[in-house]
Ligand binder design. Structure first.
Ligand SMILES: [Zn+2]
Length: 245
């Protein structure tokens, strides 16, 4: 079984999505977790997860300049109303590169972590240029299952995240990233998951990314680990089950 734990399927048109899901199924992808970024995206992603059997729903408020505490109240209501359909909380976190509202980002991130804790759901975390601050906050959420998506922090911080028991989801552009190759080499096998961040971060620059591309990552990782493709797939499947089942 292969899973893409981080895609943004609501970015695709209905027509594109139909083809993307067909291709993913044909390639043997069994689960795609579609991550949401705001209330509108949560609602659209819920519909997508109901329409396609291989899609699971992650809901979250992504850190950007428009984040507002009132959004959290509406978000929480949505989560509680649709709890049965929700597989994870994501994409949440902090981003100090694109946005300057550090205070509200931190507040809303913490509120979403608390909600995940209450509902016993794994969290999928964005931490661009805020890796250190995100890890500091996560220290207070020891029992949560935490996945750092596309983690680009320094290796000292990767060590810290390992100590905290975080999982790392590796994007499909690993084939052109020394950072992610090094991460796969240095992090123990049982902490690695797969993601695409579709439609972003394609393995070939300039293309639109899609979930079927996680298979390319399995190939790259198996070469780094020096084991067969099938063994790699089995390890990644076990990891997925540990977090999500
Ligand atoms: Zn994302």
């Amino acid at each position: 079984m292969v899973a893409d734990i981080h895609a943004h399927l609501d970015y695709f048109s209905n027509e594109e999505l139909k083809k993307i899901i067909e291709r993913a199924k044909k390639e043997g992808i069994e689960i795609i977790i579609t991550n949401s970024t705001d209330i509108k995206s949560c609602k659209k992603s819920l519909e997508i997860s109901k329409k396609y059997d291989i899609v699971r729903l992650a809901v979250g408020l992504y850190p950007n300049d428009n984040l507002n505490i009132n959004d959290f109240d509406e978000f929480k209501k949505f989560v509680l109303e649709n709890q049965k359909e929700i597989f994870a909380i994501g994409e949440i976190g902090m981003d100090f590169k694109e946005s300057k509202n550090e205070g509200s980002q931190e507040l809303i991130f913490k509120k979403q972590l608390e909600l995940a804790q209450e509902l016993n759901l794994p969290v999928i975390i964005h931490s661009r240029k805020a890796e250190k601050e995100v890890l500091k906050i996560l220290e207070d959420y020891k029992n949560l299952k935490k996945i750092l998506h596309c983690f680009s922090g320094k290796f000292k911080l990767i060590e810290e995240a390992k100590k905290q028991g975080c999982y790392f989801s590796i994007p499909a552009n690993i084939n052109r990233s020394e950072h992610f190759k090094k991460m796969v080499k240095e992090i123990s096998m049982e902490r690695i998951l797969l993601e695409t961040d579709s439609p972003f971060l394609p393995p070939t620059k300039g293309e639109t990314n899609e979930p079927a591309n996680v298979l390319k990552t399995v190939k790259t990782i198996s070469a780094i680990w020096g084991i067969s493709y099938d063994e790699t797939k089995n390890i990644l499947e076990d990891n997925f089950r540990k977090v999500f089942e």
